[in-house]
Design a protein. Structure first.
Length: 304
């Protein structure tokens, strides 16, 4: 039953009830706007149809069918729907769902839109091997793929780097470092692309599942060599060690809730002595690109 003060406040004059109804209606409208603006059903259909368990270069991963996605109406519908999300009305779970879905979709779109490599004279030289082939190193950091305009979220143009930076500092909210298992930079060594959309009403379970999936992958997530006393992890745990330490005290403490029982028991007994090493990072695409050279000219890789 409600607190006595709350109960009394709900039994006041009609004007107060109108204010309460208006507030509830506003909340309902904001949620409806969020749900309508981000077409999660369309994104679900894309992921279910065109992402599949497989392997690339001997590493188990979720393989992305870029050619199929490039011609998929649901994909373009979802990307367009991101433009109208009312970002200012979102709570934390909604914010993370929107921006993690956006990152993954816009990374895929980046590969689709820049699938071919071109010579300085504009001749197609075949498929890019990696998302890092997009953009040019000739003009400094601003011309790299991470800082190229990737798409619009809530009417604002973002690069992939800006989306990631926002997720790491989602003011006014606090970072959830599990995000690093959820955003995928179109590369083999990235965590796996989830085969469903992130949704606010089940986000905690989805993010936990992503961490467990990532750390159960001995090719790119975690491998424990007990004899050598070495714990080998994704290089992401090195690059963003500060995020994990801030959340849990250390990288090892952060991963403990998400590893299997055998690894958990070993780490609890050997936390201070275990040596951390990291997998080499494979930046090659997590699926064949949609490049089909036609001899046309393009200087796209030189644009910022």
């Amino acid at each position: 039953s409600p607190h006595p003060t709350m109960a009394r406040s709900m039994q006041t004059e009609p004007g107060s009830r109108c204010v309460l109804r208006s507030a509830l209606l506003l909340l309902a409208c904001n949620f409806a706007l969020f749900a309508k603006a981000q077409d999660l059903d369309a994104w679900d259909r894309v992921l279910a149809a065109h992402v599949a368990l497989g392997s690339r270069e001997g590493i188990q991963t979720h393989v992305v069918n870029y050619s199929a996605i490039a011609s998929n109406a649901d994909f373009h519908k979802f990307v367009s729907s991101l433009e109208t999300v009312n970002v200012s009305a979102l709570d934390k779970d909604q914010t993370y769902a929107v921006f993690m879905n956006a990152y993954n979709a816009l990374a895929i779109k980046m590969v689709i839109d820049h699938a071919c490599k071109y010579s300085f004279l504009g001749r197609c030289e075949g498929s890019i091997a990696s998302i890092t082939d997009i953009g040019s190193k000739l003009f400094g950091p601003l011309s790299t793929v991470w800082l190229k305009s990737a798409g619009k979220i809530g009417g604002k143009v973002y690069s992939l780097q800006q989306v990631e930076d926002f997720l790491r500092n989602p003011a006014p909210f606090v970072e959830d470092s599990r995000l690093h298992s959820c955003i995928v930079c179109a590369s083999i060594s990235c965590p796996n692309v989830r085969m469903e959309a992130y949704r606010a009403d089940k986000l905690d379970a989805q993010m936990t599942a992503q961490m467990k999936d990532w750390l159960s992958n001995p090719d790119k997530g975690l491998h424990l060599d007990k004899a050598a006393g070495v714990l080998k992890l994704s290089k992401i745990f090195s690059w963003y060690a500060g995020d994990f330490a801030k959340a849990a005290g250390s990288v090892v403490d952060f991963i403990l809730p998400y590893v299997d029982e055998e690894v958990h028991d070993y780490l609890m007994k050997n936390k201070e002595s275990v040596r951390l090493e990291y997998f080499d990072y494979d930046w090659n695409l997590n699926g064949p690109s949609n490049c089909h050279c036609d001899g046309g000219s393009s200087f796209e890789q030189f644009t910022i």
